[in-house]
Design a protein around this ligand. Structure first.
Ligand code: MRU
Length: 353
C-alpha cells in the first residue's frame, strides 16, 4: 500500500482508533499500526513507531483521549486524577521534544476547564486532539512558505541540505524543514535536496529519502561525515533543519549531528536555518544547556539488524540530540515569519497552551 495522492499523514484518526504509520518499517514496508489504548500509544512513542517533535505531540494528544475513554467513572475528580496518571505515562516516553509536553498540557487544560459531565470532557478532548492536528498541518504549510521567502535568491534553483527527518512523517503533514524544501520544490526553486543519513537511526536515509521519492523531489543521500566536504565543494546553498526544543535565547536542540553541521555551515558562510512551529519554543528555558537530552539504547550504535559492528568490551554513549547555539543560526522559520534567535522572545505571547 502507498500513501493516498502522495500525501503522508503520520497520525490518522480512523475507525474509532489512531492509525500510525510504522516509521520503524519504512522505507521497505508501508504499514499502519492501530492504537486503541493509551498504554500502546506510550509504547509507540517510546519505540519510535511515531517520532518527530510535532508528530509525537499529536500522538500524545490522542493518547490522552484514548486514556479518557479507558477511565470508567462518572466522578469528575476521580476522572481527572486518573487522567493525570495517563498524562504522566505519556510524558515519560521521550524527554527532549517539548511539543510532547506542550500538547499534553493543552489537553489537560481542556480537561480541567470543560464544565459538565465526564463524557463532555471526553468529547472536548477528542476535538482538541483533532484541532491540534489540523493546526499543525496549517502551521507547517506556513513554515514552508515563510522559509521559501528567506532562502538565498541566487542561484535560481537551490541545493539544500537537511539532517534527520523533519518532514510529513515528523508532523501532522508537509513538515517543517522538509516543508521549506517542499515549498521550494513546488515553486520551481529547488535543484535538489542533500539528505544526511543521520546516524544512528538513519532517519535521513530512510525517512527523508522516502518522503522525497513519494513526491518526486530529487534527493542525494550522503553519510553525515560528508556534509563538510559537500559544502567545501560548493554543492550546498543553504541548510534547513527542524528542532525538538528551542530555548528562549534561540539555542535549538535537534537530532544529534545538527550542531556540527551548523559549525561547518558557518565555516563555509552557508546560511543555516532552523524551521519549527512556535510550540517548539520553550520560553521557560533561558538557554540550550537546560534542554534535557535523551540518551538511547547503545544497540542503536553497535547493531545493524542482527549484526554487531563492534568488538565486545567497548563502552558506548548514545545522545539522541544536540544543541546548536544561537550564534550559529541564521534564522528561525516559524508560522509567524522568520526571526533571528534574539527576536524569538517577541513570540512569547503568540504561544497558546
Ligand atoms: O528522534 P526523532 O526521530 O524523534 O528526532 C526527530 C528530529 O530531531 C527532528 O528533526 C525534529 O523532531 C523536528 S520534526 C519536525
Amino acid at each position: 500500500m502507498i500513501p493516498l495522492n502522495n500525501q503522508v499523514y503520520s497520525v490518522i484518526w480512523h475507525n474509532d482508533a489512531v492509525s500510525l504509520i510504522d516509521q520503524t518499517r519504512l522505507p521497505h514496508e508501508y504499514a499502519l499500526v492501530e492504537i486503541h489504548r493509551s498504554e500502546d500509544m506510550a509504547r509507540a512513542i517510546k519505540t519510535m513507531i511515531v517520532r518527530g517533535a510535532p508528530a509525537i505531540g499529536i500522538a500524545a494528544a490522542y493518547g490522552i483521549y484514548l486514556g479518557a475513554r479507558e477511565i470508567n467513572t462518572s466522578d469528575r475528580e476521580l476522572f481527572l486524577e486518573r487522567l493525570e496518571a495517563v498524562a504522566a505515562m505519556l510524558k515519560a516516553t521521550r524527554p527532549t521534544a517539548v511539543n510532547l509536553f506542550w500538547a499534553i498540557s493543552r489537553m489537560m487544560k481542556v480537561a480541567y476547564e470543560t464544565l459538565g459531565s465526564v463524557e463532555d470532557i471526553r468529547q472536548a478532548l477528542f476535538k482538541t486532539a483533532q484541532d491540534l492536528q489540523i493546526e499543525d498541518l496549517q502551521t507547517c504549510q506556513a513554515i514552508g512558505d515563510n522559509g521559501l521567502k528567506v532562502l538565498p535568491s541566487n542561484p535560481e534553483k537551490l541545493t539544500l541540505l537537511t539532517h534527520c527527518n523533519a518532514g510529513a512523517l515528523a508532523t501532522a503533514g508537509y513538515g517543517t524543514a522538509l516543508g521549506v524544501v517542499r515549498s521550494a520544490w513546488r515553486e520551481g526553486r529547488l535543484n535538489r535536496l542533500f539528505a544526511d543519513e543521520t546516524r544512528p537511526r538513519l532517519q535521513g536515509a530512510k525517512l527523508t529519502a522516502w518522503e522525497c521519492v513519494q513526491e518526486g523531489i530529487p534527493v542525494t543521500v550522503i553519510t553525515d561525515n560528508m556534509a563538510a566536504h559537500c559544502m567545501q565543494q560548493g554543492l550546498i546553498d543553504a541548510v534547513v533543519v527542524g528542532a525538538d526544543r528551542i530555548a528562549a535565547n534561540g539555542d535549538a536542540a535537534n537530532k544529534i549531528g545538527t550542531y556540527s553541521l551548523a559549525i561547518v555551515a558557518q565555516a563555509h558562510h552557508i546560511p543555516f536555518y532552523v524551521a519549527a512551529p512556535i510550540s517548539t519554543i520553550d520560553f521557560d528555558l533561558t538557554n540550550g544547556s537546560q534542554i534535557p537530552i535523551e540518551e538511547r539504547d547503545p544497540t542503536e550504535i553497535y547493531q545493524v539488524g542482527t549484526t554487531q559492528l563492534t568488538p565486545n568490551g567497548v563502552d558506548y554513549y548514545n545522545p539522541a540530540f544536540d544543541v546548536t547555539t544561537a550564534n550559529l543560526i541564521t534564522g528561525i522559520i516559524t508560522e509567524r515569519g522568520v526571526f533571528s534567535p534574539s527576536e524569538l522572545i517577541t513570540l512569547k505571547e503568540a504561544q497558546t497552551v
